[in-house]
Design a protein around this ligand. Sequence first.
Ligand SMILES: Cc1ncc(COP(=O)(O)O)c(C=O)c1O
Length: 400
Amino acid sequence: MKMKTQNIISLFEKHVIPNYNRVPCAITKGSGSWVWDADGKKYFDLFPGWGVSALGHCHPKVVEAIVKQAQELFHMPNNYYTKEQGLLAEMMGTHSGFDGRLFFCNSGAEAAETAIKLARLHTEKEKINIISAENSFHGRTFAAISATGQPNYREGFTPTVPGFIHVPFNDIEAIRAVVDENTCAIMIEPVQGEGGVIPAEKQYLEDVRKLCDEKEIVLIFDEVQTSPGRLGTIFGYQYFGVEPDIMTTAKALAGGLPMGAIMVKPEIALSLKPGTHATTFGGSSIVCAAAMVVFDELINGGLLENINKMADYISKKLVAMKEENLGIKEIRQCGLMIGIELDIAGSAVVRRCLDNGLIINCTHDTVLRMLPAYNITKEEIDFGLDVLKNALSNVPTTTC
Ligand SMILES: Cc1ncc(COP(=O)(O)O)c(C=O)c1O
């Protein structure tokens, strides 16, 4: 059935809970870094699925893997073994550098939830405190909003889960000041994503690692946005050269399908015993088959090389744009995770880009965020940044 944008929006107005501020645009088709709306308009997508469709929309190898798997087996519950889950765990664990053990779930928040539960299980009962960073984002479940270092996400939900302490990001002394005998874990995003693309300093992560080793504290990296591949390394912590004890991941993991995971050092993994945690859907064969394509492309398909090359290309172009007085205050970039801090409000820029066929995101009012597909080309980057430049040159300048 053919439907126009307005017909689709009407369905939402009548039948869908209005808990999102939606863009007035209904996308019906995607291919690579391009999508089409219900009225036939084409857009270049520099924020594909919030970083989920990391091989672009409907990557042919992902489609092929899903179709093939769908003809054999979709899903078996986790009290059975499946080949696909085992092979994916092998692929991820062997590239972890620490013989990582995997637990598969369905989203980033669920991965955060699992990591928090495991940290509590692994340490003594009295140790309940988890230190996380101000301005962090860890998802929308109760434990995840409790860990999140932005009070607005907890509004209306207090009391939240006890034991979470928030300290300034990139400040080791702030962590030292609150660590005590009740500290169970430290939870950090190596690059704060929703918080405005703010990278951790390497020295900070090294100091946190050392502190965790000294005090027997579990170190959790929330890599829902930074792994796999986003920073130009398989896992984000490899970009910084600092290993966590538990890593969460989601978004790009299954090339567009819903999947989350935690990857854990073997000695800690043993604390997640039968009965302590579970999921019905997590690690289904069909989603694992899609995720294996992502890892195969990263490891054997030259994708990591492309991420690094294109990151460099974008970086040079953005630096040149900054010189042009377009309201760009700062550019923050790690691999293909890009934040452009403006000295004007970003929403009008995002809207103008959309009108001109470009999808980007704005976070924290003034930070334009881009999470391009890993197989993006130079020609596509040229196109996208030209539209962005045009938008920046023509928006009314509401100074923040
Ligand atoms: C670092 C981080 N952790 C957790 C989440 C939550 O992931 P999900 O929306 O899949 O639950 C996000 C989502 O943006 C995230 O960026």
